[in-house]
Ligand binder design. Structure first.
Ligand code: SAM
Length: 322
């Protein structure tokens, strides 16, 4: 097991199945162009072998499938079938929900029981302005169907000044009514926001402001969260929970256990670091050759983790996998 001086190790793996996405969210991509799949993306078979090797080499316990938008990828079916056979405690998926209705039978067949669905607003007009793709009613229908099928659902919302702050309470109410857990994600300095400090600062909404906004409408208490959780958790007594991923206000770097594998075969040990380590060529090799080389790269990837605080990075979230 590879452990660093702060006692951190990789437990949670995020695999970006593709960089392609059917949205072009303003805070994720700068120019409104939806990203297409990279030419050199790995096959479903190699990505799944990557997961299997990382379970052994790094001690990965939990897998989250992300992107880009994982549900647009033609690799989804074979990747899910392959990883569902691996020795993992949990497999979950992050999606914008646009294709959820259509892909739900496949998700259920492959044993997916937890979903994070990104939804920044319940207002159709601001949805179009922020996502620059997709259709709100389609996402809500997919959510209803996934809920009815018994999936555990978290909703990811990035609060943005001037764009969707009026949606914080309506989204919280929507989630509490359905038993979904809302996760507010503080805006991160990723991609174009790492280069354009003004665009970041003018839209950023921090933990205290969010709690104040929520507190005007709901009484809440701080709740327990697992040690390596990235979200601070709160309880609205008698109604449910919500969380805040406060990368800026309360950095969680000291307990971060995440490792990311991009669709093109790069390992990222830290969102904040521009270092990455190519493993695509190892995934064609037999286990006895691949594992020692992989372990050497994992030592480097773990050393990329920030000591204290998240400082952002120029990598676009869609590429690295959110
Ligand atoms: N397409 C899927 C989705 O929409 O959930 C998965 C990929 S998306 C990159 C994963 C998550 O990253 C989304 O919840 C999105 O809101 C979040 N995200 C992207 N850029 C971000 C940024 N600069 N700051 C905070 N969250 C960001």
């Amino acid at each position: 097991m590879i452990v660093d001086r702060q006692g951190r190790r990789f437990r949670n793996l995020r695999v970006s199945l593709t960089a392609a996405c059917n949205y072009a969210c303003t805070y994720c991509v700068p120019d409104g162009k939806r990203l297409v799949a990279a030419q050199d993306e790995l096959s479903a078979e190699n990505l799944a072998r990557g997961v299997a090797y990382l379970i052994e080499a790094a001690g990965i316990e939990r897998l989250r499938i992300t992107g880009g938008e994982p549900l647009v990828s033609p690799k989804l079916d074979s990747f899910l079938h392959a990883v569902s056979k691996l020795d993992l405690k949990d497999i979950s998926l992050t999606t914008n929900g646009q294709l959820l209705s259509r892909k739900l039978p496949l998700l259920l067949e492959c044993g997916i029981r937890r979903l994070n669905v990104s939804l920044d607003t319940l207002d159709a007009e601001s949805f179009r302005t922020i996502a620059r793709g997709g259709d709100l009613a389609t996402v809500l229908k997919g959510l209803d169907e996934a809920h009815a099928a018994g999936l555990k659902i978290k909703i990811n919302m990035v609060p943005l000044r001037g764009k969707n702050l009026d949606q914080v309470v309506p989204l919280l109410d929507y989630c509490l009514e359905r038993g979904f857990e809302l996760r507010f994600i503080e805006l991160m300095r990723m991609g174009h926001l790492a280069r354009d400090g003004n665009a970041f600062a003018s839209q950023f909404v921090g933990l205290n402001e969010l709690l104040e906004l929520i507190g005007q409408n709901h009484a809440y208490l701080q709740a327990d969260a697992p040690v390596d959780a990235t979200a601070l958790r709160y309880e609205v007594p008698g109604q449910g929970h919500f969380g805040i991923i406060a990368n800026e206000s309360v950095p969680f770097c000291r307990t971060c256990s995440r490792l990311r594998l991009s669709s093109t075969g790069w390992l990222h040990g830290c969102l904040s670091s521009s270092n990455r380590h190519y493993v695509g060529d190892l995934l064609d090799k037999p286990r006895h050759q691949a594992l020692p080389a992989l372990q050497r790269l994992l030592v480097k990837a773990l050393a990329d983790k920030q000591e204290l605080a998240f400082s952002g990075g120029v990598t676009v979230m869609k590429i690295i996998g959110g």
